[in-house]
Write a protein that binds this ligand. Structure first.
Ligand code: FMN
Length: 318
């Protein structure tokens, strides 16, 4: 007699958001098809499995057009993307017919293609393919690998993370700084209405909350209980003595604090940001990148995105 299956009442969107809290890297999984042409897709489900024997895995959606190719291939490679390779992630997360024409790649020992400039690459023979719900788990036995010093690209809550930005931001202390936050609340962005137009919350430094001039102080005064996740951008604005370093974090407003919100605060859906009414052009350009990175949610469980730009570290943001 088969056990009755008790299905919990599942809010799939919430489940995806919860999964998005797990910070991952970004990889491109590649192989050579029977006709000799290369094939690949972006994946953040890459995981190390075993040291002896050396095994790794990646999960592939059954809805991916390359699912059939990867479920039958006897070899494949995984390229762990570097911070400068958001465009590579974007190309391989797309349905583009000529993904490999848009990137630099080369063939490895098994013949599988890997991305030039990746932080690490793993060349694998297929060890096992496991059926798992709406995905398959492709387990590879690593036959060769390479790693470099380049900082890996991160991914969390549907957007890319540049870990090395933290060091740049620290290096910038001492310069005239503006520290701001790109905050989401539910599916909207927190904008402040000012006489000169809409702006993001900013301060002259990050902390403490007891200092009204700091970002934490500004948020506290507005009644926003916010959690800052990661640095999103660091750039210089203005020329000569009036130039300043701008440091922007991305984060979320905790719903518990939302009831106390100030009148100046507007929660604007990402699709309806009043671009023409933003006070600062550098902020507009940075927010456009943010919205691009957040807007595409078409990747099953991958709270996904695609994006072609790169962060201009300590350089003008536009
Ligand atoms: C950051 C990121 C991570 C992704 N991770 C996976 C993954 O682990 N498995 C998967 O099947 N699709 C993943 N996707 C979605 C695929 O890259 C996307 O569906 C792609 O179009 C598949 O290529 P194909 O249609 O040519 O097979 C991810 C997308 C992004 C942007």
């Amino acid at each position: 007699m088969s056990e009755p299956i008790i299905e919990p009442i599942f809010d799939v969107a919430e489940f995806r958001r919860a999964l998005g809290a797990f910070v991952t890297g970004v990889t491109v999984v590649t192989t050579i098809q029977p006709d000799g042409s290369p094939r690949g897709f972006t994946a953040n489900s890459f995981t190390s499995v075993s040291l002896d024997p050396p095994l790794i895995l990646v999960c592939i959606a059954k809805t991916a057009s390359s699912h059939a190719v990867f479920s039958t291939t006897d070899h494949f490679a995984v390229s762990v993307l570097a911070e400068s390779q958001k465009n590579v992630s974007s190309v391989f997360a797309s349905k583009s017919a000529d993904k490999f024409a848009q990137v630099a790649w080369r063939a490895r020992a098994t013949g599988a293609p890997v991305m030039e400039g990746a932080s690490a690459t793993f060349d694998c023979r297929t060890h096992e393919v496991v059926d798992a719900g709406d995905h398959i788990i492709l387990i590879g036995r690593v036959v060769d690998f390479v790693h470099t010093n380049s900082s890996p690209l991160g991914y969390c809550r549907g957007a890319y993370v540049n870990f090395s930005l933290s060091q740049d931001a620290l290096a910038a202390t001492g310069a005239r700084a503006q520290v701001g936050a790109i905050l989401e609340h539910r599916d909207g962005l927190v904008l402040l209405e000012t006489p000169e137009g809409f702006a993001l919350p900013t301060g002259v430094k990050l902390e403490p909350a007891s200092d009204a001039a700091s970002l934490r102080g500004v948020l506290a005064k507005l009644g926003l209980v916010a959690h800052l996740d990661f640095l999103f951008a660091v750039f210089e604005a203005g020329q000569g003595p009036s130039s300043s370093v701008h440091v922007y974090y991305r984060g979320r407003v905790n719903s518990s604090g939302a009831a106390m919100m100030d009148n100046a605060i507007h929660i604007v859906p990402l699709a309806r940001i009043p671009w023409g009414e933003l006070r600062d052009e550098a902020v507009r350009s940075m927010l456009q990148r943010y919205v691009r990175e957040r807007s595409e949610d078409a990747f099953g469980i991958y709270v996904g995105d695609t994006e072609a730009g790169t962060v201009q570290t300590l350089a003008a943001a536009h």
